[in-house]
Design a protein around this ligand. Structure first.
Ligand code: PLP
Length: 353
């Protein structure tokens, strides 16, 4: 049975064409700068995202960590969303490995950081405080696309405050496809951008960091320190190149499927779907905790994987077809009808006992 895996867009398997590109990749020792395929990926990524240079890394976490370590030194600080991946979901790497202090602030409902609140969080030049060096944003944030005019304001703000500006752009191509703009419009205000090749773009491994030449030289040093210097990595870079050439425009299909899924789920009275949040490839569903666990078990038996959570996050990607959405909606409908009956029975059992 084919599994329909909605847990994340990280679960995609390389396509036959991608595997072919990987198998055929020319390789060399990338620590010596000798891998032509890695070099090509870095050149292509830099060009596509509008920067002087780029660096291939083993993961998005590593891409963000080496970026933070290149922008900030020991005793310096970065301002970041309380719910941002770099702060909350990367093991505290900036503090643990970089001696960089995070200053988290709550994100606004649209995924932005309020710039007036950021301004108030910047520390004065006083030895009591860490030195505030960097502002870090995320796009997309929880599937939401940061407004284009906000990105421009953030760029102006950072320059005025003499802060560096980093973007965790794990899913930046989802944002560009959604807005129907060249991705460079979204990256232009930033000093550095990390991009995951292994999410919606469908590569098995890898991210790239883009920035100026000096920044990337520094990031390359920190990548080595973090154990991220890889040898014949062209086999992996070939997958990334294939993804950049073939899997960007098709992200629109994932967005369409997410909308179909959200629209279908919204019709069930036990489920609350916030349609305003369905902007790219993620759907968030509010439902009772017990119901969610039972739903996950029922769907798993039908070959559909979800991660129970509050809210429940469902993610569409390269390996989800539009007919899969119909299958999922049918399975959810079947489950909710049964669950409704057993819940009624349980209530009746209680009253007669
Ligand atoms: C997945 C993700 C990362 C990190 O990527 P890994 O390759 O899983 O380390 C960083 N930021 C965001 C927003 C992500 O979704």
């Amino acid at each position: 049975m084919k599994q329909i895996d909605l847990r994340s867009d990280t679960v995609t398997r390389p396509t036959p064409a991608m595997r072919k590109a990987m198998a055929a990749a020319e390789v060399g020792d990338d620590v010596y700068g000798d891998d032509p395929t890695v070099n090509r990926l870095e050149a292509v990524a830099a060009e596509r995202l509008g920067f002087e240079a780029a660096l291939f890394t083993g993961s998005g976490t590593q891409a963000n960590l080496v970026s933070l370590m290149s922008h900030c030194s020991r005793g310096e600080e970065y301002i970041v969303g309380q719910q941002a991946h770099t702060y909350k979901y990367e093991g505290g790497g900036a503090a643990v490995l970089g001696s960089i202090q995070p200053q988290p602030l709550d994100l606004e409902p649209d995924g932005t950081l309020d710039l007036e609140r950021v301004a108030r969080a910047i520390k004065p030049d006083d030895f009591h405080f860490a030195r505030t060096r960097l502002l870090c944003l995320e796009n997309t944030q929880g599937g939401k696309v940061l407004p284009l005019d906000y990105l421009k304001r953030a760029g102006t703000f950072a320059r005025a405050k003499k802060l560096r500006l980093h973007l965790d752009g794990a899913r930046i191509f989802n944002a560009a496809v959604k807005l129907e703009v060249d991705v460079r419009e979204l990256t232009a205000p930033f000093d550095s951008v990390s991009v995951c090749l292994s999410k919606g773009l469908g590569a098995p491994v890898g991210s790239v960091v883009c920035g100026g030449r000096d920044f990337i030289r520094e990031a390359r040093r920190w990548r080595k320190v973090c154990g991220g210097g890889m040898r014949q990595a062209g086999i992996l870079a070939a997958a990334g190149l294939h993804a950049l050439d073939n899997h960007v425009e098709r992200l629109a299909d994932d967005h369409h499927n997410a909308l179909q899924l959200a629209g279908g789920l919204q019709r069930f009275e036990q489920l609350q779907v916030d349609m305003a949040k369905v902007q790219t490839n993620m759907v968030f569903v509010d439902l009772d905790g017990d119901l969610c666990r039972d739903l996950a078990a029922h769907l798993q038996a039908a070959g559909i994987l979800i991660s129970p959570g509050q809210p429940l996050r469902l993610v569409t990607h390269l390996d989800i077809r539009s007919r899969d959405i119909a299958t999922v909606l049918k399975a959810v409908g079947n489950f909710l009808r049964q669950w409704g009956r057993t819940a009624t029975k349980r209530r009746k059992g209680r009253t007669t006992a």
